[in-house]
Design a binder for this molecule. Structure first.
Ligand SMILES: Cc1ncc(COP(=O)(O)O)c(C=O)c1O
Length: 492
């Protein structure tokens, strides 16, 4: 634990700036002296003084051998990994690295369909063939969860030649599958398990939370330190362990995907966030769990609003949950999550993490306290008095709609590089999409390139757009048109 008090990268930076070297290298603002004075004033001298690049004393993220290497080694120790790679390209960069490490053109990767767009981007870059597993759909909450051991078993026995299995654990909403069992099963086929751990950096540091990817024995995990672990936005880690993955290959691939101008502000924030998590993480998360559980109880007392907890565990796709995520179901108020998000912004000055048709999601972190929790509860109470109509049987009037998963007819890469044309979205049923369409956040695709468009999906897109939810992805931001694979008509 004493070793975890050290922050070699951050200390190395401080050491360097204490010598006040005359800088004749980029960044050209040189401590802010060469930049817009307003912004310099706002950002402040400390941040500007460590906005440096990979000069010799500061090591190089592309070939770590000094302070970055030492910091990554301490992070590996903290996360229970054999190697940790720092990412300044967010978890998206770490995810692309995982996939491109294990998959080449034409090789199979088993993935749940409700994946983040970075996973589909990596599948296009690598030319891999996705084998989709249907995530479990929760008809009560109207969200998708993780994958079950049974569905993994089916996918592995049909595709024992897959080069990897990717699991989202925990999901955006904090739900975990039985990851240990999934890992054991997948390893019995000698297939590596890659985990999208964007929403689970903190779970490693408290045994009241679901098991982390490294604890479950997964081979690789892309983990957003910036989302819930206290580092700055865009900074993440890629952890690996075991013999199935070569650390050298990971290093060369993450390097291919990373800027050569790596931000030392981000890197230092990773080094210090790791110290904070390793030394204080357990205590901090205990406090957060307490705060979140008290918020959950109070929310469940508000008419028309509910917040599920451990009672929804089912030993299956909902094997465990992270109580610090508050899934707040508002469907009984007969308004959409998006309307609630806007109402809370305009009337209560509250910003939520995300909204969908039926829920809002609020995250509780070590940045919260009883005041922020009470403020949220107060806002939700006012929301309920505005919208809740006593006596009305709301739950019966709500029909949860989740999108159908379309059939993949071309590999995403082939579709992406095919000849295409533009057609009206409302006339596109039956055509093959050449674009991604997703709702962001959370960035889960409704269509990926290569999938056959069905009327159901078109209706779902319109429903989300009518509710004001952010449907994104296509070239035409109004979504009047969609790019599809060109059909070749016979020449008469
Ligand atoms: C499930 C999931 N995976 C990956 C990512 C990508 O993380 P980042 O924004 O750090 O690139 C996100 C971001 O929201 C996500 O929700």
């Amino acid at each position: 634990m004493e070793r975890q008090q050290k922050t070699p990268l951050y200390e190395g930076l401080l050491n360097h700036i204490n010598h006040s070297p005359y800088q004749f290298h980029i960044p050209g603002h040189k401590h802010g002296n060469g930049m817009d004075p307003d912004f310099r004033e706002f950002i402040g001298p400390n941040a500007l003084s460590i906005d440096l690049i990979n000069i010799q004393p500061l090591d190089d993220l592309h070939h770590p051998h000094g302070i970055i290497k030492d910091a990554q080694n301490l992070a590996a120790e903290a996360f229970g990994a054999d190697h940790t790679f720092f990412s300044v390209q967010g978890t998206s960069g770490a995810i692309m690295t995982m996939i491109m490490t294990v998959c080449g053109p034409g090789e199979k990767i088993i993935v749940p369909r409700n994946v983040h767009k970075s996973i589909m981007s990596a599948i296009i870059f690598s030319g891999a063939t996705p084998i989709f597993i249907h995530p479990e759909i929760d008809d009560t909450l109207g969200i998708s969860h993780g994958i079950t051991v049974r569905s993994v078993e089916k996918a592995l026995s049909s595709h024992p030649d897959a080069k990897g299995l990717l699991v989202i654990n925990p999901t955006y909403f904090g739900i975990s599958a039985n990851l240990e069992k999934i890992v054991r099963l997948t390893h019995s086929y000698d297939i590596p398990v890659l985990v999208d751990e964007a929403h689970g950096v903190h779970i490693h540091f408290n045994d009241k939370l679901p098991v982390s990817a490294m604890q479950a024995g997964a081979d690789m995990a892309a983990t957003s330190v910036h989302k819930l672990g206290g580092s700055l936005t865009q900074s993440s880690v890629l952890n690996i362990q075991g013999e199935r993955i070569s650390a050298r290959r990971v290093q060369s691939i993450i390097s291919m995907l990373t800027t050569t101008s790596t931000s030392y502000i981000l890197l230092a924030s990773l080094d210090t966030a790791r110290r904070y998590l390793a030394t204080e993480g357990s205590k901090l998360t205990d406090r957060i769990i307490g705060l979140a559980e008290s918020a959950r109880r109070k929310i469940n007392d508000i008419p028309g609003i509910s917040c599920p907890g451990k009672e929804i565990l089912d030993n299956n796709a909902v094997f465990d949950l992270d109580p610090t995520k508050l899934i707040i179901s508002i469907k009984e108020l007969n308004v959409t999550g998006y309307e609630v998000e806007t109402w809370l912004r305009e009337h209560e000055n509250i910003e939520v993490e995300l909204s969908d048709l039926y829920n809002i999601l609020c995250i509780i972190t070590s940045g919260d306290n009883t005041h922020t929790i009470d403020y949220l509860i107060g806002g939700l109470e006012k929301l309920s008095s505005e919208y809740y109509e006593p006596g009305k049987n709301h739950s019966e009037s709500v029909r949860v709609q989740v999108p159908q998963i379309p059939t993949l007819s071309l590999s995403p890469r082939d579709a992406f590089y095919s000849e295409t044309e533009i057609v009206k979205l409302n006339e596109s049923a039956g055509r093959i999409s050449a674009e991604f369409i997703m709702i962001y956040p959370p960035g889960i695709p409704i269509f990926i390139p290569g999938e056959i468009i069905e009327q159901d999906n078109i209706d779902y897109i319109y429903k989300n757009m009518e509710s004001g939810l952010p449907v994104q992805g296509p070239e035409d931001p109004t979504l009047t048109f969609i790019r599809v694979i060109r059909e070749r008509k016979p020449i008469i």
